[in-house]
Design a protein around this ligand. Structure first.
Ligand SMILES: [Zn+2]
Length: 365
C-alpha cells in the first residue's frame, strides 16, 4: 500500500512537470537580455546595422522585427508600433523591452508559448506538441502550392504575391500532416519559388498512383477580385466538375484565365477531355465537404466559409484521384490578408484541412 502511495505521488509530480516545464528569465535593469532569450529559442537571429543602430530580429522567417536603438517604435511587416521604452545596447548586449519579447512570441515563434511577466522575471513554457499521431487509410497526400516563379498569381493588398502565401501555407500544412499522419506520405508539388506547369503538377500526383491508389490531391490558392475596393471575404473549396455551376461560371472564367496553361501537350489534353470517373468525383465532393466543415469549426472567428463549389479547374482535371482546390481567402481583402499572415490562423487552416481529410478517410468507403 505504502509503495503504491509513493508511486502515485511520483506519477502526479512527474506529469505535472512534464506538462508544465516552466522556464524563467530574470529581468536585467527591467529588460530581457537577448542572449538569455536566445538560449531558450536558439533559432532567433539578431542582425545589427551598426552605422545607423538598426536592429532586426528574425526567427526562421522572411520577416522580422526592426527597430532603432533608443527609439520608442518598432516595425513589423511595414507596420509601426509604439514601445513604452526603447531597446538599449550595453557592452555587446541587447536589452529588450517586454513588448518586443511579447511580439516575438506572438508573431515570430511558431510553437505555442504560454508566458507571463512577474515583477522580476519572465516566466514561460513551450506548449507540448498537441498533435496526436493517427493512422488513416490514405497512402499519399499531394499538396500543390498554386503558382510560383514567373507566375506570381494574384497580388495582395499589401503587395505580396499569391504564390508566396500558397507556398508558406503548404509548408505549414505539410509539417502538420506529417506529424498528424506519420504513416501517410506527404509531398509538395513545388518546394520553392519555381514555375511549374499545371500538367507537371498533375503528373507528379499521378505518378504516385502507380504506387498506391490511395492518393489525395490538394491544391492551394488565394482568391482575388478585380474590384479590391469592395473585395469579398472568406475561403472556398472546389471540386472538379465537367460543367461549372451557373453561379460560378462568371467567376471561374476570370480564375481559369489565370490558371490555364495554353501549351498543354496532347497526352494531357487526352486525359483532360477524357471521361470523368463518377467514384473519384463522389470522393472529391466528400473530401471538399469534410474539409469545409472542419475548416468552419476551426476558423470561426478568422475566416468565413463561402461554401463548397464545383468548377472546371484544369489543375484538378489532370489529376485522376480525389482532388480539391482550396481558395484560402481573398488577398484583395485587407482582413483576409491579415488573417493569412497570422501564425495562429495558418495553424488553424492546417488543422482544419487535416481533420477534414481524416473525416473523409474514415467515411470514403
Ligand atoms: Zn491561384
Amino acid at each position: 500500500m505504502e509503495k503504491n502511495k509513493v508511486y502515485f505521488w511520483f506519477i502526479i509530480l512527474f506529469s505535472f512537470f512534464s506538462i508544465y516545464p516552466e522556464s524563467n528569465i530574470p529581468f536585467q535593469k527591467g529588460y530581457i537580455r537577448f542572449s538569455d532569450l536566445k538560449k531558450n529559442f536558439p533559432d532567433l537571429v539578431l542582425t545589427m546595422d551598426s552605422s545607423i543602430l538598426k536592429i532586426e530580429i528574425k526567427h526562421k522567417s522572411k520577416f522580422g522585427f526592426q527597430f532603432l536603438l533608443d527609439s520608442k517604435f518598432f516595425s513589423f511587416k511595414g507596420l509601426i508600433e509604439p514601445l513604452a521604452k526603447p531597446a538599449i545596447y550595453i557592452k555587446n548586449e541587447l536589452y529588450l523591452p517586454k513588448e518586443i519579447v511579447e511580439n516575438i512570441f506572438i508573431h515570430l515563434i511558431e510553437t505555442e508559448i504560454s508566458y507571463r511577466f512577474s515583477d522580476t522575471e519572465l516566466i514561460f513554457h513551450k506548449e507540448e506538441n498537441k498533435i496526436s499521431a493517427e493512422t488513416i487509410p490514405v497512402k499519399y497526400i499531394i499538396i500543390d502550392p498554386g503558382h510560383g516563379g514567373k507566375d506570381p498569381g494574384a497580388i495582395a493588398v499589401n503587395g505580396e504575391y499569391e504564390k508566396t502565401y500558397t507556398l508558406k501555407i503548404a509548408r505549414i500544412l505539410k509539417k502538420f500532416l506529417k506529424e498528424k499522419f506519420p504513416k501517410t506520405k506527404i509531398r509538395l508539388t513545388r518546394k520553392k519559388d519555381e514555375y511549374m506547369s499545371l500538367e507537371d503538377r498533375a503528373l507528379i500526383a499521378n505518378k504516385k498512383l502507380n504506387k498506391s491508389k490511395d492518393v489525395l490531391f490538394i491544391s492551394l490558392h488565394c482568391n482575388s477580385t478585380q474590384t479590391p475596393e469592395n473585395s469579398p471575404t472568406g475561403f472556398e473549396i472546389y471540386y472538379l466538375a465537367q460543367n461549372s455551376s451557373i453561379e460560378n461560371a462568371r467567376e471561374s472564367k476570370v480564375i481559369s484565365a489565370r490558371l490555364v496553361d495554353t501549351n498543354r501537350d496532347q497526352k494531357i489534353l487526352n486525359i483532360q477531355s477524357g471521361m470523368m470517373s463518377s467514384s473519384i468525383q463522389r470522393k472529391s465532393i466528400l473530401l471538399a465537404k469534410n474539409i469545409d466543415s472542419k475548416l468552419k469549426e476551426n476558423l470561426t472567428d478568422s475566416l468565413i466559409s463561402r461554401g463548397v463549389k464545383r468548377n472546371n479547374f484544369h489543375v484538378l482535371r489532370g489529376s485522376i484521384m480525389p482532388s480539391v482546390l482550396i481558395e484560402l481567402g481573398f488577398i484583395t481583402n485587407q482582413r483576409d490578408v491579415k488573417m493569412l499572415e497570422e501564425k495562429s490562423v495558418q495553424i488553424k487552416l492546417a488543422k482544419g484541412i487535416a481533420e477534414g481529410i481524416k473525416l473523409y478517410a474514415n467515411t470514403k468507403n
